[in-house]
Design a protein around this ligand. Structure first.
Ligand code: ATP
Ligand code: I3P
Length: 295
């Protein structure tokens, strides 16, 4: 039985007669192939990447497993349509907190049409992409049984200042997840989700090391999907913080040049997460007034 993904945070969504991804119960995510070059480009990427022997295993694990394509009944009722069959990254999660982070200050590839470049340029300028090197494309944060999910309207998350963005990334790993932006998040789960030898920061650093060297692909408009199981965090267990790269409709060949656009965004994201880990409570740090100029 195919159904609408229960934890999708961004992108084109199924439902109300619209075309969007579906999932089954065995852990597969079916993404409809967009009819234009975006669909063929994403299929080309998955086909090439999944058989590319130059990609080490410690890097391929950051990408959803690709199971080919399949004709299935499209969610918009238009009949059989080809879908990419991917690993469902949310399978097994009960109450996941998830954020889709669109990477790069520039979301368009150089060979895109002038019209498409103008559309993206406008959005990159109007969001945090240009100043911060990434934008939050969509987010859901699970609070607890009483409060359920906080899933803010997507556009309200896209043009945040550095300070507000840091507050959201803190809220993501906090036990107090009220939508009130003035409430200081407690970062109760920062150490277990972001920190540690297998935590999100360590995964981001592993990915960065590869991006500092790889010149095969340029990942325009690609997202890092960051997630963890809040239910486990609340029980004091390892919440399984993970990062995965998704959305490859605008990936192009790197032609021997590093992907400085993605890499720049990644460095920026790493800086935010590192600062949260080193100073989770910086907002309440009191500045002790100096006496005669000596602290
Ligand atoms: N393999 C996956 N497993 C589980 N969820 C996924 C997977 N791939 C994508 N998603 C969910 O679907 C959302 C949209 O994915 P994606 O960016 O690939 O779609 P899109 O329609 O191409 O997006 P856009 O409109 O931004 O180009 C993600 O934010 C995530 O919540
Ligand atoms: O250019 P494409 O390939 O058609 O796809 C768009 C692109 O991924 C944008 O970055 C995205 O904005 P977000 O940053 O909001 O994800 C937009 O979503 P939208 O249609 O909701 O604006 C998509 O339609």
């Amino acid at each position: 039985m195919l159904k609408i993904p229960p934890h999708q945070v961004a992108g084109h969504k199924a439902g109300n007669g619209k075309l969007g991804p579906l999932v089954d119960e065995s852990g597969r995510f079916y993404k409809p192939l967009q009819g234009d070059e975006r669909g063929s480009n994403e299929l080309k990427f998955y086909t090439s990447f999944s058989s590319d022997t130059r990609i080490p295993e410690h890097i391929s694990k950051f990408f959803p497993t690709f199971y080919g394509t399949q004709l299935i009944e499209a969610s918009d009722g238009s009949g059989l349509k080809p879908h990419l069959v991917l690993q469902d990254l949310s399978i097994g999660r009960v109450n996941p907190s998830i954020v889709d982070i669109k990477m790069g200050s520039r979301t368009w590839a150089p060979e895109a049409s002038e019209e498409y470049i103008q559309k993206c340029l406008k959005k990159d300028r109007e969001t945090s992409s240009l100043p911060l090197g990434f934008r939050l494309s969509g987010i859901q944060i699970y609070g607890n049984k009483e409060s359920g999910y906080w899933k803010p309207e997507r556009t309200s998350m896209q043009n945040l200042s550095a300070e507000k963005l840091k507050t959201i990334l803190k809220k993501f790993v906090s036990s107090n997840t009220s939508p009130d932006m003035n409430l200081q998040p407690d970062c109760a789960f920062a150490a277990t989700v972001y920190g540690g030898s297998t935590g999100i920061l360590s995964q981001l650093l592993e990915l960065k090391a590869w991006f500092e060297d790889q010149t095969m692909y340029h990942f325009y408009s690609c997202s890092i999907l960051m997630s963890f199981e809040k239910e486990l965090a609340l029980e004091g267990k390892n919440p399984g913080g993970q990062i995965k790269l998704i959305d490859f409709a605008h990936v192009i060949e790197g032609k021997g040049v590093i992907d400085h656009n993605f890499l720049g965004g990644l460095c920026s994201l790493i800086k935010f997460i590192s600062e949260i880990l080193t100073a989770p409570n910086e907002h309440i740090t009191e500045v002790v007034p100096s006496v005669n100029g000596v602290n």
